[in-house]
Ligand binder design. Structure first.
Ligand code: PGA
Length: 262
């Protein structure tokens, strides 16, 4: 983390979990126990069907509402899809785009990810753009090129000004939902490399001020060590975010003092 230059953001990705009643229970427990001294942004990315109830419960809470996907068109014959305008209308602020589960299970290409990033920005939303390599790609040593490619395509046509609203989540696929997190050093190294890519694509300001999260089995036990890395500005959390106590512990970890600069 480096709060001097950028915001630390803890985002919950509930994936396909929680009914409306469970959402109510979770938000009530989270709001009650939220520490006053927290020093990070908090985002709950809930299933579409829970957005309305979560939005109502989060009003005046300083916890932001997020979605997990969108369609890039404004409206039209796209059965089962939801547009950015529809999300914005329900006070959604953040939207996860290009999660590896969407890329692999729903065949989302980098070009589709780019269209979705554009649609989100055009509707005033803040995309949380996910990038990351699988185990084979890491072992072959092509992760840096792959991640640079994913970012370059996803951000095509996005201006430096618009980058103020973009969050990037580095999510190594081999760490997602496996219980095996990247080590703090591995996470820190790739997040720093992503900052370099932003420097090349934009400028020093964009590189320095963009929030770059780590995601992949981040939990209440490993969060503090991961967040101690200078370039890890928060987390995108799946499994551990389903339990309010665990999410609160991660929020605490993100509110710790930064390590002394040496
Ligand atoms: P996980 O999921 O925390 O369960 O690994 C992270 C994610 O997919 O965003």
């Amino acid at each position: 983390m480096n709060r001097k230059y950028r915001k630390t953001i803890i985002a919950a990705n509930w994936k396909m979990n929680k009914t409306a009643a469970e959402t109510r229970d979770f938000v009530e427990r989270l709001r009650e126990a939220l520490p006053r001294n927290r020093r990070c942004g908090i985002v709950l990315c809930v299933p579409y069907v829970d957005i309305a109830i979560a939005g109502k419960l989060l009003r005046e809470s300083r916890i932001s509402l997020g979605a997990q996907n969108l369609h890039w068109e404004d409206h039209g014959p796209y059965t089962g899809e939801v547009s950015a305008a529809m999300l914005a209308d329900l006070d959604v602020k953040y939207v996860i785009i290009g999660h590896s589960e969407r890329r692999s299970l729903f065949c989302e290409s980098d070009l589709v990810v780019n269209k979705k990033v554009r649609a989100a920005l055009d509707a005033g939303l803040r995309p949380i753009l996910c990038v990351g390599e699988d185990l084979d790609q890491r072992q072959l040593g092509v992760a840096p090129e792959l991640i640079a490619y994913q970012i370059k395509v996803a951000l095509a046509g996005v201006s430096a000004e618009e980058m103020r609203r973009v969050v990037i989540a580095y999510e190594p696929i081999w760490a997602i939902g496996t219980g095996v997190s990247a080590t703090p050093e591995q996470a820190g190294e790739v997040c720093a490399a992503i900052r370099d890519i932003l420097h090349k694509l934009y400028d020093a300001r964009v590189a320095r001020s963009t929030t770059i999260q780590y995601g992949g089995s981040m939990n209440e036990k490993n969060a503090a060590a991961l967040l101690e890395q200078e370039d890890v500005d928060g987390g995108l959390i799946g499994t551990a975010s389903l339990d309010p106590e665990k999410l609160l512990a991660i929020i605490q970890a993100a509110s710790q003092d930064e390590p002394e600069e040496c």
